[in-house]
Design a protein around this ligand. Structure first.
Ligand code: PLP
Length: 498
């Protein structure tokens, strides 16, 4: 197996090269030349293994240029109880009707991004070694709140790497901001941007693909890579938990081996749900993939109409990690659904950057609708869902997972679908304490963040994650705020300073 680019299907690189580079020089995203399969027998076998060894099997199929020892070095250093609060790594709840919730937030930063970003530094440094690369790697990250912190934790003090994170100044929760501004480590930098997530992401993509910047870096013995879900090293680890969850549910008897399982995913950049799609195409019996959005519902509209249109108002919501109008990983899906038509992808994504919109063919639209369902809800519905779920089941949802639950409930109300369903839970409610408490009980505005955390502990009965509790006493290290146009100069300035 090799990897090609969504904008150049003739390209052939190894997994190690794809992971080290992050994004293809043509601006496209790397993806494997074929999708490996997994049999029901293999799934039964996986059910008996701990998470890290399940990951070994899945990675072995995608990272064919890695040795089993290299893969196990990565998985065993990432997926252990030093980094995760639960032995299962990803925790499955009991049944809520026909649905089970997959809690992906028991890692060090309390969001599902840890599932990939705890292992990415190992995959990346192993890749560099395999490639014979001795340049220092500079990781540039655009974040809507959770990726930034998870990447900082993953890469802090990793030898041979530096990491710089850009987040939208007014687009993250106060806990998310505090997590990033207090980040420890000698190789980290955090900067706020006067703009939204799309500005951060566009800026980072621009810097990555600018040959002049690349040359300047190379002259200083450095190279860029990406920790965003444009990097295949972010996507592959996310496939693992869908494969693992299916095996686990079948082992527990929640479903029979071979039974169809729907998946609902709270979606922003389309990375998480694309991983579920890959698991399905490998042979995991996943049925409908239900794409849940907040009021920034560009994906709901796209999956309904075949028209992707980012020319619309942008809303800051109580599920900020999904406040995105340009879902990067859709490019990978469309490449797959056009059977690798790179000219078509260049045309559509060229239009997206010049006109902000493109329309897929009827054939592609039909393929999309055969695999995906979609829905959205606004903040009021999100909070109402948190309230009602808590009343009914005593379970506290975070704002992102609540969007998924609401869209799931709408889906079954509309279709009568009784298929067993897996709902991806992407964050701990503690990361969004103010909104979650506001949903459960009317909380007074302006209450101190940690008073809210304490109150949420009383109301939810959930233990406060130690990593969040510890932030209270950590000094703020990063206060820079810049305009999007200043990003390139800022990055180069930082890199020549040290
Ligand atoms: C990143 C994130 C999402 C969106 O995931 P994508 O892979 O970008 O679609 C949803 N919820 C939370 C809490 C997140 O951090």
């Amino acid at each position: 197996m090799f990897y090609k680019s969504t904008r150049d299907s003739g390209l052939k690189v190894t997994a190690a090269q794809a992971i080290a580079q992050g994004i293809s020089a043509d601006g496209g995203l790397f993806l494997p030349s074929e999708i490996p399969t997994i049999t029901m027998e293999e799934l039964k076998g996986l059910a008996e293994l701990p998470y890290a060894e399940r990951a070994d099997v899945v990675f072995g199929k995608f990272l064919t240029d890695f040795t089993p020892e290299e893969i196990h070095y990565c998985t065993s250093h990432a997926y252990n109880t030093k980094n995760f609060e639960t032995e299962a790594i990803a925790e499955l709840t009991g049944a809520f009707g026909n649905a089970h919730i997959l809690e992906l937030w028991h890692g060090p930063t309390c969001a599902f991004k840890d599932m990939a970003l705890q292992i990415l530094p190992y995959l990346l440094t192993t890749s560099l070694k395999k490639n014979g690369e001795d340049k220092e790697v500079v990781i540039l990250v655009a974040t809507s709140g959770d990726t930034g912190k998870a990447a900082l934790e993953g890469f802090r003090d990793v030898p041979g790497t530096r990491i710089m994170v850009f987040y939208p100044e007014h687009g993250v929760s106060s806990m998310q901001k505090r997590q990033m501004a207090t980040q420890e480590g000698g190789n980290v930098q955090v900067c706020a941007l006067e703009g939204n997530f799309d500005d951060c992401q566009n800026g980072v993509k621009r810097i990555f693909t600018d040959p002049a910047v690349k040359d300047k870096l190379a002259a200083g013995g450095k190279m860029f890579s990406s920790a965003n879900s444009i990097n295949w090293g972010r996507l592959a680890p996310q496939i693992v938990y869908y494969v693992s969850a299916y095996a686990e549910m079948a082992k527990r008897g929640d479903i029979a081996f071979g039974e169809t399982l729907n998946a609902v995913v709270p979606t922003g950049n389309f990375g998480n749900i694309l991983a579920a799609y890959y698991a399905k195409k490998m042979g995991v019996p996943i049925g409908k993939l239900i794409c849940a959005s907040n009021i920034n519902k560009v994906l709901t509209d796209f999956l309904e109409t075949g028209v992707y249109d980012r020319n619309r108002a942008f809303f800051a919501t109580c599920s900020p990690s999904m406040d995105i109008l340009i879902s990067s990983n859709l490019e990978r899906l469309l490449f797959l659904l056009t059977d690798g038509d790179d000219a078509q992808i260049r045309d559509w994504f060229g239009k997206l950057s010049t006109e902000g919109t493109y329309t897929v063919t009827d054939e592609v639209k039909a393929k999309l609708q055969a695999e995906f369902a979609a829905g959205f809800c606004d903040d009021a519905q999100t909070k109402q869902t948190i309230h009602e779920f808590k009343e009914k089941y005593g379970y506290t949802l975070d704002t992102h997972t609540a969007v998924a639950v609401k869209v799931y409930l709408d889906h079954i109300a509309k279709t009568g679908d009784t298929t067993k369903t897996l709902i991806a839970s992407t964050a701990s409610p503690y990361k969004f304490s103010a909104s979650v408490l506001d949903a459960i009980e009317d909380v007074q505005d302006g209450a101190d963040e940690y008073a809210l955390v304490d109150r949420l502990a009383q109301v939810s009965g959930l233990p406060i994650p130690p990593s969040l509790a510890a932030l209270k006493d950590k000094p703020v290290r990063f206060t820079d705020v810049i305009r999007p146009a200043e990003m390139e100069r800022y990055v180069l300035g930082q890199l020549t300073k040290a």
